[in-house]
Design a protein around this ligand. Sequence first.
Ligand SMILES: Cc1ncc(COP(=O)(O)O)c(C=O)c1O
Length: 433
Amino acid sequence: MTVAASLPRSGTAPTATMGEQIPFDVDHLRADFPILGREVEGRPLVYLDSANTSHKPRCVVEAMEDHYLHHNANVARAMHALGGEATAAFEGGRQQIADFIGAERPEEVIFTKNASEALNLCAHTLGSRVGPGDEIVISVMEHHSNIVPWQLLAERTGATLRWFDVNEDGRLDLVGAASEGLINERTKIVSITYVSNVLGTVNPVSEIVSLAHAVGATVVVDASQAVPQLPVDVTLLGADLVAFTGHKMVGPTGIGVLWGRYDLLAELPPFLGGGEMIEVVTMAGSTFATPPHRFEAGTPPIAQAIGLGTAAGYLSAIGMDAIAAHEQEITAYALDGLKTVPGLRILGPREPVDRGGAVSFTLPDVHPHDVSQLLDSRGIAVRGGHHCARPLHHRFGVQSSTRASFYLYTTKAEIDALVDGLGYTQRFFGGGR
Ligand SMILES: Cc1ncc(COP(=O)(O)O)c(C=O)c1O
């Protein structure tokens, strides 16, 4: 039986929360992902681009299909049976996400379009808390989604943007940050990634939260690469706001999440205006709904919330500890394999400690776009480019890199195919062995 087959069928509300854990077996769970059975260029697909977007198990697609085929209606406004069913399923998805990330209550979970929108929501609504002379701290390893909204906020308010640097091993330079007083009484916001999408580094978020809270700063965490691969408990983490995206955690595209401490959310102003986020609208002005609806203007991503709730149930059924252990094992195997490729330079930690399943690297004299094209000709999907992290690539003195990223369905045979493919790439360009 596949993992998905063991999940309860979804009715009006997704019911994929599991009491019972399913033993981790990569071959077994691959059967839940039909796309992994396809071929590319006459060879079995080797999908090593999950940090970009993950594949979806059949149960996620079926939950969304079931909604559209049998329960479709708008939520929170249609006073009929279908409206009630759709609303229950949508709010059921919110509850499943709250349970998955250890939120104290579902009202702390805001649905957005993606992580980028969640981070823009943070920068916009926290804007009234910063002014000229204040400081916002981010890091050089951020995705552009956690850089640009803060640059825009700094421009708007006259605040200064300051940066954590990284050391050569791709770890945050906490010693340098302490000696230059990076976090100080002028710091109003610290926004930091939990897991780097390029280096794979897992940052000591709780330590940074303590430093930031000691000076009264608000902490935003970009957990887009963390929630899919690590057990994340937002309450234990201690941050104020945590953003992530659905499509990297076996969920659908078109939905992201912002979790926030309820008392903070209750103080923040709206982000976008429109239907459903209001309390009363008159010609003289408007008052606003309580969280989370204050931050969800217009028709929300209904089917996506149902799919995302099912995705969280699927990951919980397998167990986030088991998924993290599998990623650790696969990443260790990949790092060993990649170290055998002549001249290959790994950006980020070379050891599988405090490290997620994304490994970026460069090959001497071969452009990352050529690497990905040649690998693609052998059915191997990786990403070549700057991975939306140009400042980080600049920091390491390169324009771009090739990134292989792994997930719960990645096998050691796929890593072997990658290492072989890189040998082929080097021979093609007249280098290597
Ligand atoms: C660390 C990190 N933050 C933010 C994002 C943005 O996610 P989305 O494109 O779904 O908004 C990504 C996506 O690659 C990411 O890896």
